[in-house]
Design a protein around this ligand. Structure first.
Ligand code: PLP
Length: 408
């Protein structure tokens, strides 16, 4: 007789939540297995929507494949780190040497690594609401406590500085700034970034700056790296090839430590140790970095007037905001809309259930606002990566669903 012993997941996962790939996606997968066709506007997986990576990146990776079979230095190959160092210079992040740069299997791996190296039980990290939820999940997984500060929809989703101030405690170790932001598409002005730096300086916080969409910018706006606005505050800036270079599957990202590192030696030792423990990042993906950063920036064609991404952003925003009771700050950057539903017209109690019902009834998959740690059941995220005809169909179905919802 075999004894069946229950195998349970670690209690470390008790507070960890990553709803972008959560229960509603499971329902969608089940529906697909039953043969139903679903329009998916749920994940910023650029490659599945017919956006190819620049050809030169693919060619260079293929060319370098024979050189990629060995582990590299755990921080990354020379050519990649050199190109990242130059990129930091271009962006005005000062004093970055090769030693301050770590390549990773996407930004995702480095986010978890950076949190694991920093946090003890009870340490607090300020994370935006709404956020890209891996940040909240990584803080929790590392034993820390995420404290969400609000971004203000009335101020084009800028971080609410007063709210940040009110949430700083003696346990606060760091603040996360996602700029350009997922899910809101906001781009932060220098003034707000300087206010965040001032708070970090006053309270001895590390700044974690997720800038993975820093070239996916519309309407001629410019991106400022928060790391370029101070030479003293320790700042870890994250970026990668997934979005700007449409290469999510190549798993290629990096992080850069800048600022006055004299007080952060122990933390940097932690980063080095965890970086060595995972040996190195995917080496073919590292080879793509120099080619990408130094090559033709085709993202600029996609976001320029008449470019595919720009047209899709404009269309999705126009169609969504024509629906009664739906408003949306027009995104200046990234790949998403984060519309608001008027709570009087749409009295939603559970936004996950709302999004699941939309999926069941209209076969359109979106992500509910609470999946991004937004505290009210009145927002959802749309990915505007599909072609215009698909966006039209999906948003028409959403409008039909909302019309029925209003009449209930
Ligand atoms: N950071 C943000 C803000 C994102 O939106 C994403 C992916 O959607 C990531 C990080 C993860 O990027 P990577 O593919 O480099 O792991």
């Amino acid at each position: 007789m075999t004894i069946v012993k229950e195998i349970k997941k670690s209690s470390k996962l008790n507070n960890v939540c990553y709803d972008i790939r959560g229960p509603v996606l499971e329902l969608a997968q089940q529906m697909e297995e039953e043969g139903q066709k679903i329009i998916k506007l749920n994940i910023g997986n650029v490659g599945v929507f017919g956006f190819d990576p620049p050809e030169e990146i693919q060619l260079d990776m293929i060319r370098n494949l024979p050189n990629s079979a060995a582990y590299s230095d755990s921080k990354g190959i020379f050519s990649a780190r050199k190109a990242i160092m130059h990129y930091c210079q271009e962006k005005g992040i000062q004093g970055v040497t090769l030693d301050d740069i770590y390549t990773g299997n996407g930004v995702s791996e480095l986010i978890v690594l950076a949190m694991n190296a920093l946090l003890n039980a009870g340490d607090e990290v300020l994370v935006p609401a709404p956020d890209y939820p891996l940040w909240t999940a990584a803080v929790s997984l590392s034993g820390g406590t995420p404290k969400h500060y609000m971004c203000d929809e009335a101020q084009e989703w800028a971080p609410d500085i007063a709210d940040i101030k009110s949430k700083i405690t003696p346990k606060t170790k760091a603040i996360v700034v996602i700029n350009p932001n997922n899910p809101t598409g906001a781009l932060y002005g220098d003034a707000v970034l300087k206010e965040i730096i001032a708070l970090a300086r006053e309270h001895g916080l590390i700044i974690f700056a997720d800038e993975i969409y820093d070239k996916t910018l519309f309407d001629g706006v410019k991106h400022t790296s928060i790391g370029a606005l101070s030479t003293d505050v320790v700042t870890v800036t994250f970026n990668g090839l997934s979005k700007n270079y449409r290469s999510c599957g190549y798993r290629s990202g990096w992080m850069v430590v800048s600022g006055d590192k004299s007080g952060a030696k122990d933390y940097i030792e932690g980063l080095n140790m965890l970086s060595s423990m995972r040996l190195c990042a995917n080496v073919p993906g590292q080879y793509a970095i120099q080619t990408a950063l130094g090559g033709y920036q085709s993202i600029n064609d996609l976001v320029a007037e008449g470019g595919r991404l720009r047209r899709q952003r404009d269309l999705a925003w126009e169609l969504v905001t024509q629906i009664p009771g739906v408003t949306c700050v027009k995104p200046k950057a990234a790949l998403y809309l984060f519309p608001k539903l008027d709570p009087e017209m749409y009295p939603i109690e559970n936004d996950q259930e709302f999004i699941a019902t939309l999926l069941r009834e209209e076969k359109v998959l979106l992500v509910q606002g609470s999946g991004f740690n937004w505290p009210h059941p009145d927002h959802f995220r749309i990915v505007f990566l599909p072609h215009e005809d698909v966006l039209r169909e999906a948003i028409a179905r959403l409008a039909k669903f909302l019309e029925r919802y209003r009449k209930k």
